[in-house]
Design a protein around this ligand. Structure first.
Ligand code: HEM
Length: 442
């Protein structure tokens, strides 16, 4: 650490009595937060918690994400949430340094651009299967549809064709497991975790549900190993491992990692789909552009516009309004000394709502992304650096393909008046009325 580095002691500090103001960084409207008066960096030292530096100074943010060796994201998640229990401490996001790099190389290929095309047909099929079950002409909660679409795509992409009896058991096990994660009991465990030093109180029902999922997946892995030739013909994520150079874990670890991918992808995707529906319903000009492209049968124009819509929705409603890293040793970012154990928080939503990065930042303007793809510095919905979301390209393509297919069959009725707000008492940004919209025939 250099002698000239700025110490956290010399930076503005948020007074303990104003701690509640931090909640304002988790909801839209951050540009009006009184915390902006503290400048681009401030320190928070809540009693019983590690010291935290909140920074939206872009030099700091870039330096933080570029420094893979001195910081851990897993240690932030396990300090503030029960993610370590949900995912397992051996899954990628909890690994650091060389171990993380190795694991990431193993799991990246099925989610890179080259592989994405092979999932498109499945995504279209999932919409065509679900769409007839949604009401037309009366309001309904698109978030529920989003969960159905997300899980339909995920099970298909991750496991492909599974023999019907086992597929039914897999679906039942996965839905029981997600149900347990969302149960009041586990919510209570999650809520107290930050206040007891990051310790997650053991919760046997969740462990049981995880074991049920793993048991079916291990059975499926064994069945595929028994016919390795058949696996090489298939394009699903699991088959891309069996019998290949990527197949370096035992069956239990492979099953656990597949479960981790399901978990990382499920809620984030469903919530984003919900926000896309809500935002389209709330913006007649955007719906008019969508309708014009569909009516003209111009899929390229529709796709280009939907890519811009997805980017703009994710700017204004990033599922995770902040991310962070914990220092594994004494280190420095951009001339600021960060002591071992301190946490650096990046307020993603605040950056997304800043005039320094976006003109009219509070306005929904997909056009801003029509000719400019989102910047990897100031558009941070998927985080950045070595732990940037593994499924980012996949999630972007998926949102475009799912909405293209929905909108080719249905219109979304526009809604006058204020936008549906985010849910209160939810750490992420999720639509409070479950993305209530009305679909109309096309
Ligand atoms: C709209 C959907 C999604 C959002 C908003 C989202 C968001 C995020 C964020 C914020 C991170 C942490 C990044 C950081 O702090 O730098 C992350 C990590 C991760 N996400 Fe996603 N995610 C989404 C979909 C997916 C999907 C579809 C997959 C699975 C294919 C996935 C798998 C992962 C994994 C494995 C990591 C950990 C990466 C690592 O530690 O190297 N996510 N995601």
């Amino acid at each position: 650490m250099s002698n000239t580095a700025i110490s956290l002691r010399d930076l503005p500090r948020l007074r303990t009595r104003n701690l509640a103001q931090l909640g304002g960084l988790l909801r839209p409207g951050t540009h009006a937060s009184p915390l902006l008066e503290l400048g681009e960096r401030f320190v928070v030292t809540p009693p019983g918690f590690p010291t935290m530096l909140v920074t939206h100074e872009m030099g700091d943010v870039r330096a933080l994400f570029a420094n893979h060796d001195d910081f851990s994201i897993g240690q932030v998640l396990s300090r503030f949430s029960s993610h370590d229990v949900m995912f397992g401490k051996q899954t990628m996001i909890f690994l650091d340094g060389a171990e993380h790099r190795r694991e990431r190389r193993l799991y990246a290929p099925p989610f890179q651009t080259a592989a994405l095309r092979s999932y498109e047909e499945l995504m279209v099929e999932v919409v065509e299967r679900e769409l007839p079950t949604w009401p037309v002409g009366t309001p309904f909660e698109f978030l529920t549809a989003g969960y159905d679409l997300a899980i339909g795509v995920l099970l298909g992409v991750v496991f492909g064709d599974v023999a019907p009896a086992r597929r039914d058991r897999l679906k039942a096990a996965v839905s029981g497991w997600f149900g347990e994660i969302e149960s009041r009991g586990f919510l209570a465990v999650t809520l107290i975790t930050p206040f007891i030093g990051g310790y997650t109180v053991p919760y046997p029902p969740l462990r049981r549900r995880q074991n049920e999922v793993d048991a079916v997946v291990i059975e499926e892995i064994a069945a595929r190993r028994a016919t390795p030739g058949a696996a090489s013909e298939r394009r699903d994520v699991l088959s891309r491992y069996i019998g290949t150079d990527l197949d370096q874990h035992d069956d239990a670890a492979l099953a656990r990692d597949m479960r981790g991918i399901l978990l990382g992808a499920y809620e984030t995707t469903a919530i984003t789909l919900g926000w896309i529906a809500t935002m389209l319903a709330g913006h007649p000009a955007a719906m008019a552009e969508v309708d014009a492209a569909v009516d003209a049968g111009d899929t390229d124009r529709l796709d280009a516009y939907l890519d811009a819509v997805v980017a703009e929705v994710m700017r204004l409603r990033p599922v995770s309004p902040f991310t962070g890293r914990r220092a594994l040793r004494d280190t420095e970012i951009n001339g600021v000394a960060i002591p071992r154990g301190a946490i650096v928080i990046v307020p993603i939503l605040l950056i997304h709502e800043s005039e320094r990065h976006y003109s009219e930042p509070m306005a929904f303007q997909p056009e801003r992304f029509l000719d400019n793809r989102p910047s990897t510095h100031s558009w941070l919905t998927f985080g950045a650096g070595a732990h940037r979301c593994l499924g980012a390209q996949f999630a972007l393509a998926e949102a475009r393909i799912l909405f293209r297919t929905v909108l080719q069959h249905r219109r979304i009725a526009t809604i006058a008046g204020p936008m549906e707000p985010p849910r209160r008492y939810h750490t992420g940004l999720s639509p409070a009325d479950n993305a209530r919209i009305t679909l109309l025939p096309r």
